[in-house]
Design a protein around this ligand. Structure first.
Ligand code: AMP
Ligand code: TRP
Length: 337
């Protein structure tokens, strides 16, 4: 995939589920990192629509298709360059599902039952699809198909990447050295953006779906962002220092720091002696300065349907080429196909 330069840049793979509009946690924890590293890495970015099928909200096919295009447009709008990186939709490359079956056969069930995301997503549900339990094996397939070295994600995904390593290692022991062992890459700041309305929980798409004021969505207008930030939970204190701040205030300071790319001391100096209102106002400005250009580019990509579809089709072709090569190795090692 790196035929143009021939240089050995480390392969990166990451993806986001098109379950709903992406939020600021997705941006800071994942997308922003992808953009920053795109010149030093050989990157593959995927819209993982097959993963989105594991949640009950994904029962509307037209909506899933539209959300998938929308997330792809957001990848482009945040600044991922399609000439330098591969951007594609997971379901367009059938090798992902084929590898999932083969890896299923070397993955002990106990490993899957231990996943905290499976536990929390299945909790309290009367009926849980097999896909929800198998979700991390599909994710392992995504990663292993591309000989991935680094997987930039927020910290909630680290357990899945460790599982991917375990599956790859087990496969290599049983069938010979086929897979590279990937590593998670978690940002030092912003790996866990907390909810605006409740700083004890991670900002999440599923909570945002039923609680306005929880998340800042990447497509929110200035009025909505202002409302959400101004209502964000803080505390009754005043001190704007990272060390002494309550979880709510620390979250606001951290998001401000990441978006403005200022150092911790610089941020503390900026707000010395100021109240929380001041911090919130500055944060609204920083959020909008980030979101407005993204939203303008997003609309351009969404308005050019044919252009976006062509970009995704060419991304899928490039991805398929690599994935097909890996599958030849896997089939040969296992004695199938
Ligand atoms: P998801 O929303 O679960 O599809 O996650 C997509 C990407 O965003 C993954 O890399 C997550 O680790 C990351 N992510 C999701 N929520 C947050 C959050 N609140 N803070 C930081 N990163 C997040
Ligand atoms: N499970 C990831 C999430 O919810 C999305 C994902 C699917 C992914 N396949 C991946 C992330 C491969 C990184 C690499 O965020």
């Amino acid at each position: 995939m790196n035929a143009t330069t021939g240089a050995a840049r480390p392969r990166v793979f990451s993806g986001v589920q098109p379950t709903s509009v992406l939020h600021l946690g997705n941006y800071v924890g994942a997308l922003q990192q992808w953009v920053k590293q795109q010149h030093e890495r050989d990157s593959v970015f995927c819209v993982v629509d097959l993963h989105a099928l594991t949640v009950p909200e994904a029962v509307d096919p037209a909506r899933l298709r539209e959300q998938t295009r929308s997330v792809a447009a957001l990848y482009l709008a945040v600044g991922i360059e399609p000439e330098r990186n591969v951007i594609f939709v997971q379901s367009a490359v059938r090798e992902h599902t084929e590898l999932t079956w083969l890896l299923n056969c070397v993955t002990p069930l106990g490993w899957l039952y231990r996943m905290t995301q499976f536990k929390s997503k299945s909790e309290g549900r009367e009926s849980v699809g097999a896909g929800l339990l198998d979700y991390p094996v599909l994710m392992a397939s995504d990663i292993l198909l591309y000989d991935t070295e680094l997987v930039p994600v927020g910290d909630d995904q680290v357990q899945h990447i460790e599982l991917t390593r375990d599956i790859a290692l087990r496969f290599n022991v049983l069938f010979g050295d086929v897979f590279k062992l990937p590593k998670a890459q978690v940002p030092t700041l912003g790996a866990r953006v907390m909810g605006m309305d409740d700083p004890t929980v991670k900002m999440s798409k599923s909570i945002a779906a039923h609680r306005p004021g929880h998340a800042i969505n990447l497509l929110d207008d200035a009025k909505t962002v202002k409302k959400t930030v101004m209502a964000a939970v803080t505390d009754s204190g005043r001190e704007l220092r990272f060390e002494h701040a309550s979880p709510g205030v620390r979250n606001l300071l951290a998001v401000y720091q990441v978006l403005t790319e200022k150092g911790m001391q610089e941020v503390e100096a900026e707000f010395e002696g100021a109240g929380y209102g001041h911090l919130k106002k500055a944060l609204v400005e920083a959020v909008m300065a980030t979101l407005e250009p993204i939203q303008a580019r997003y609309r351009e990509y969404m308005d050019d349907r044919a252009g976006l579809d062509a970009l995704l089709a060419s991304g899928a072709d490039r991805a398929r080429e690599v994935a097909a090569g890996t599958m030849r190795r896997v089939r040969a090692a296992m004695g199938v196909g």
